[in-house]
Each structure stands twice: as C-alpha cells, then as structure tokens.
Ligand binder design. Structure first.
Ligand code: SF4
Ligand code: SF4
Length: 222
C-alpha cells in the first residue's frame, strides 16, 4: 500500500489560502488505512476547514482514488458540488491527486497529504517501507527480504563492514537487512544460495515515468 501522512494543517491552510470553496475527495483504500483519507478524516477535514471560514461544497470517498475512470464515474453524482468548488482537495496519495487532475482539467487540485513510501501495515497505523519498486524483483534470491529497500545502502551483496550485532551502522533502530536475510535463508535451508553473488541490477527497469499496458499482451494471445 502507499503510505501517506497528513500535511501540517497550518501549512496546508497556507497552500489553499486563495480558495474559499472546496470539494474533498478521499480514498477507501490505502489512505483510509493510513488514517489520512477515509470517512472519519473527510469529516474532520470538513469541520476544520469550515472553522477556518471555508465552504466545503461536498465530500466523496471513492473506492480507489487512483483508479481514474472509476473515480470519475463515482463523482458524477457530485457534479454540482464539484463545479461550485474553487478547488478540489485530494486526501489520498500523489497518484489519487493526479487522477483528480485528469478528472478536473480546468480546476486547481491540491493534495492534503504527503506520499511517503510503498509499505506494509505492521500494526494498526504503523507502517514499514518494504519495496522501492525497482522494476526487477530479486526477493526469490534474498529469502523474501528486500535489500534494495531494507538496507540503507541498498546493497545487493551484504552485509557491509558496519553491521554490528544484527544492527545497521546507519542507525541502531534499523535491523541489518543482510543479517535478516542470512537468518531467514538459514531457516528455509537456502544458505547455499547466498554463496552466489547477486549481479548488478538493471536500474533502467525503474526508469521514470514508467508505463505498463497489459492490454497488448491479452490482444497478442487472441
Ligand atoms: S527487489 Fe525491487 S521489486 Fe522486489 S521488493 Fe525490492 S525494491 Fe521491490
Ligand atoms: S549494516 Fe547491514 S543494513 Fe546497514 S548498511 Fe550495512 S549491510 Fe546495509
């Protein structure tokens, strides 16, 4: 899931200072789980903005904010409220915000969250980064633990000389990713795999901006 955090409210008010009327869009998926864009957050944001003298013309919680077409269809019922608003506030991730940009090509769209990383929820509203979207996954070779993301140096062959009793030299708060990989591979009887050095990664696999068209493959199969 995409992990987001709310922007500081005072900073956010500064960003939207020129807009009096606003329509709020959340997201039922990642942002709802992060507590940054679900129903309760939409209600809290509406109340907070109204206290600041803003008019909230409406709120909408799409099923998946980054699914542009689906969100556009869901927003049809809110057409008038969206038209009345000077700006659209998106309480999801950067992708959800850019869905709204496509849906409202002639209206300012402002994110209320910062998008941080792709991660897992480890406990309620606690998140750890797990994947850097490198485009060429090597988890099969590292016991399912990602060194690109979990090692601050992104070492493909580790550990480095700084590992200290299972901790990372960058911070004692970080478990050394390569010690974790070693322990995991030991448990699953794959230590021999660690004797094979990993080749340098093809970083062009995560060239930006990436695109993917799975339709072409389906059409080829026909
Ligand atoms: S190897 Fe790449 S794709 Fe696989 S988890 Fe790590 S960053 Fe993500
Ligand atoms: S101590 Fe471990 S996690 Fe830290 S930089 Fe070195 S190999 Fe990576």
């Amino acid at each position: 899931m995409i992990i987001t955090k709310k922007k500081d409210f005072t900073e956010f008010l500064n960003i939207i200072q020129n807009y009096k009327s606003l329509f709020l869009i959340g997201c039922s998926e990642c942002a709802a789980l992060c507590g940054t864009g679900g129903d309760p957050e939409l209600a809290t944001m509406k109340e907070a903005l109204e206290k600041e003298g803003k008019t909230v013309t409406g709120t909408m919680l799409p099923k998946t904010g980054c699914q542009t077409l689906g969100t556009k269809i869901e927003l049809k019922k809110d057409k008038e409220a969206c038209e009345e608003a000077e700006a659209i506030i998106v309480m999801s991730c950067g992708a959800g915000t850019q869905s709204a940009v496509e849906i409202f090509p002639n209206k300012p769209v402002v994110p209320s969250n910062d998008s941080l990383f792709l991660g897992n929820m480890t406990r309620f509203q606690m998140f750890d980064e797990r994947c850097s979207l490198c485009g060429e996954c090597i988890l099969d070779k590292t016991g399912g633990i990602c060194p690109v993301t979990s090692c601050p140096k992104g070492l493909l062959n580790g550990p480095c000389g700084g590992t200290d009793n299972g901790k990372c030299e960058v911070s004692p708060d970080i478990e050394c990713a390569w010690v974790r990989i070693y322990e995991r591979m030991k448990k699953i009887n794959q230590l021999d795999e660690l004797k094979k050095p990993l080749s340098p990664k093809n970083w062009s696999a995560n060239r930006k901006p990436a695109t993917l068209n799975t339709r072409e493959k389906k059409e080829e199969k026909k």
